[in-house]
Design a protein around this ligand. Sequence first.
Ligand SMILES: *Cc1c(COP(=O)(O)O)cnc(C)c1O
Length: 405
Amino acid sequence: MTKTSSRPLRSRTRQVRAGLNRTGFSETSEALFMTSGYVYGSAEEAEASFDGTLDRMVYSRFKNPTVATFEERLAAVEGAAACRATASGMAAVHAALLCQLKAGDRVVAPRALFGSCTWIINDLLPRFGVRPTFVDGTDLDQWRAALAEPAAAVFLETPSNPTLDIVDLPAVADLTHRAGGRLEVDNVFATPCLQSPLELGADVVVYSATKHIDGQGRCLGGAVLGSAEFIADVLSPYLRHTGPALSPFNAWLLLKGLETLDLRVERHSANALKIARFLESRPEISRVLYPGLDSHPQHDLACRQMKGGFGGIVAFTLAGGKTAAYGLLNGLEVIDISNNLGDAKSLACHPWTTTHQRLAPEDKLAQGIGEGLIRLSVGLEDACDLVDDLRLALESGANGSKMDG
Ligand SMILES: *Cc1c(COP(=O)(O)O)cnc(C)c1O
C-alpha cells in the first residue's frame, strides 16, 4: 500500500515521503527492521544472492530496509543520485576520504575545520602517504596556489565550525576539477535545506546526521551523498568491508527527523538571526559572526550560495575574554552548556577549552578562535526567551553560577 506519484515531488514533500516502502501490514509510519541477517528459501537462492544475480537483502552491514529508506529519503532531499548512511558523521568523513585515496595523493583543505576532520587530514592520512595542504578557506588566491598542482581531493566545510567562514563553492569546485580531484563538502552547518553543494559543483556531500537531521539530541549518524558511480563503485565496497554501518534504530529516528527538517531549520535560522542582531547591539560583545548579518565579511557570498536562511549557529566574542565568556555561560538559565549542535535545545560552548582544546594556541588564533569566543547553537525555543536569557547573563557578568538540572 505505497502510493507512487506520477508527478515529480518538491523537496518538502520528499522529506516526508521519499523512500517509503510499506510492508504487508500497510502501516502509516515507516517500519523498523531490527535485524542483522536475512533468510533464504533455498540454497540456490542464497547462492544467487551472493553471486549478484539476485538483488536482495543479505546482511545488515551491507544493506538494511530501514537504513535504505533513510538513504533514499536523504538522497531525494539533497537531490543526489545516491546516498549511504554511516554510524556517525566522522565515519562518513573518514569513509568519504579513505575510500578513494592512496599513497602519493594530495588532499587540500581549509584550516577552519571540525577538530576531528583536521585530525584525519593532518594526522591520519600522512601515515598512509597522503600529503595534506592547508589554506585559508576564504582566500581564493591560496586555493589557486594549492590547486596549481594535482590533488586527489578537496575537503571543506562552509559555513565552517565555529567561525562561520564561507568558502566560494563554485570557484573551489572549478579549481578542484582542474587539479583532477573530487570536491567533498561537509554541509552540516547549512543542512540540505539551505545549501545544495552538488548544484554548486561539488562531487560529494557528507553529513553528521547527529546534528540537524536528528535535531533532537537522540542519536549519532552520518551520510555520504554523490553520483551513482561514486557511491556504488568507490564508497560502497569500502563500507561493506570496513563496517561503519548505521543501526536500523538510529536510521528510523533520523528518518522521522527528516520529516520535520525544513520546519526546524526555518525556525533555527529565524531565531539565530534575531539573536545575532541582539548580540550585535551589546557593548560587552566585540564581534558577532553570523552569515546573515551585513557585517559578516562574506555576507554577499553567503547570499549567493545559501538559500532561504543562514542556519542556526552564531559565534561571538566577549570583549572581556575567557573570564567574561565563562561568566556568560555560567549565567545562562535556559541555554545549556554543551558541545553538541543542531539540537531543538539551544546549546552554547567555549571552543577554546572544549571542541578545539587540543589545537595549539597559535593554530586556534589562526582559525579565528579567541579565548573570548562562544559558539551558540540556537534551538527551537521562543526567541524572546533566548534573548532574555542572554541579556540577563550578560548583565549578571562574571559572577553567575549555574545549578545542575
Ligand atoms: C559534528 C560534526 C562532525 C562529526 O559528526 P559526528 O556525528 O559527531 O561524528 C563533522 N563535521 C561537522 C561540521 C560537525 O559539526
